[in-house]
Design a protein around this ligand. Structure first.
Ligand code: SAH
Length: 394
């Protein structure tokens, strides 16, 4: 068993139960651990503080599995953590609400690097770190055992794996994947999810409660749905009685599925319009054409994965929010989101305030939004709160 010895004073964050140990906090290593191996974490006086997974290639050199030096990190440990995560979802999300939800949310469930999403009878596993990778087979077996499902598809194809020195890996991990598309149900609506080629693991599960809010506020409104992906917001706006929804996205594949998602729910095709394009340009041309809408949704991709990119990202957010404010009719609503880890709610609000000021509109926040309860935020890991949203009224 290898040991990771922390520099004097750098044990503080471990004692506060933050799961990340940065390379700059490491005094020395004892032993020659392999990638992903479990390390005993010690303070500079060699007092054991807990167990962590080793990531030799990442700035985050180790991630804590447990702060209990007496606990073994083994299959039983993983089973306990997975079962706890699954039980939490059962407790906070009624089964009739959806069959598409995140069962395991990495650090926020005490399982760094491990994401498990459920889409009806299919599980999608995403492993982000060397530590998670090492337990791949055990995780697959345990997930089958704990959920009673037979199919696991792996979507370990995210950029962060490169920082860990891991190659991308996708494909069936357990069972067959009968169709590349899976039909899921969310409240009374249905959606096709492409778990093989879709973004993330196929669907933006984190927006579920915000889709419900949209549904309740969309009645009679003309809606502009920017960064629509496969039309989840579009379908909920139509379900809420929106008079029309125009969805804009740069991905042809996403728009195709969006059209099917509106059709499968029985909404008339003429109430939903789809436009392939760059939202930045589309918003500008709508401004020049003096078009206007009663409700605009801005749900862009991550502009700032880390704090280092925050400044450039801030310009992007300001740009689209400013244009959206200009396109809104008086009494209009803006649903605006940021899923960038590098942008805090406080900063996001400042950016949106700056956009309103420059657009010359008087706007007020009527509601703050975040990710759904299947994406919990561990209090010892505030970084887990990544999705921020505002509903602004002008
Ligand atoms: N609102 C969606 C999720 C949006 S994800 C939902 O709830 O399901 C971000 C989307 O933005 C992706 O579908 C991606 O294809 C699209 N995208 C990224 N950059 C874009 C751009 N500049 N213009 C238009 N769409 C863009």
């Amino acid at each position: 068993m290898a040991n990771l010895i922390l520099k004097p004073g750098r044990e503080k964050s471990v004692l506060h139960r933050h799961p990340w140990i940065f390379s700059s906090a490491v005094l020395r290593m004892e032993g020659d651990p392999e990638e992903g191996e479990t390390l005993c974490v010690m303070d500079s006086h060699n007092k054991a503080l807990g167990w962590a997974a080793f990531s030799p290639h990442s700035q985050i050199r180790a991630r804590m599995w447990s702060w209990n030096p007496d606990e073994s990190i083994d299959q039983e440990f993983l089973k306990r953590r997975l079962a706890t995560a699954i039980a939490l979802r059962r407790a906070v999300i009624p089964a009739q609400e959806t069959d598409a939800l995140r069962l395991v949310h990495a650090e926020s469930d005490g399982l760094p690097g491990i994401i498990v999403d459920r889409y009806a009878d299919t599980l999608v596993l995403q492993l982000l770190t060397a530590g998670a990778e090492r337990w791949r087979e055990d995780l697959a077996n345990l997930l089958i055992e704990l959920t009673g499902l037979a199919q696991i598809y792996e979507r370990s194809d995210v950029d962060v794996r490169r920082l860990e020195g891991l190659p991308e890996r996708v494909g069936p991990l357990r069972g067959e994947i009968p169709h590349e598309r899976v039909m899921v149900q969310e409240n009374d609506l249905k959606f096709w999810v492409d778990v093989i080629r879709g973004h993330k693991t196929g669907f933006y599960l984190d927006q579920r409660p915000n889709r419900q809010r949209l549904r309740l506020l969309a009645y009679g409104r003309t809606v502009l749905n920017c960064f629509s992906y496969t039309g989840a917001f579009a379908a909920f706006a139509l379900a809420g009685g929106a008079s029309s929804v125009l969805s804009v996205d740069s991905s042809t594949e996403a728009l195709k599925l969006g059209i099917e998602n509106v059709a499968v729910n029985g909404f008339p095709a003429e109430r939903a319009e789809w436009m392939e394009g760059d939202v930045f340009q589309v918003l500008r041309s709508f401004r020049d054409e003096r078009r206007s809408f009663d409700l605009i949704i801005l749900d862009p991709p991550k502009f700032a994965p880390t704090i280092a990119q925050a400044e450039k990202a801030a310009r992007g957010y300001k740009d689209i929010n400013l244009l959206a404010f200009k396109l809104l009719r008086p009494g209009g609503l803006l649903f605006t989101f940021s899923c960038s880890g590098g942008i805090s709610m406080e900063l996001f609000q400042k950016i949106v305030a700056g956009a309103a000021l420059d657009a010359g509109v008087e706007a007020r926040i009527v509601e703050r939004l975040g990710q759904g309860p299947d994406h919990p935020v561990a209090l010892n890991f505030p970084e887990g709160q990544y999705l921020k949203g505002l509903i602004c009224a002008i």
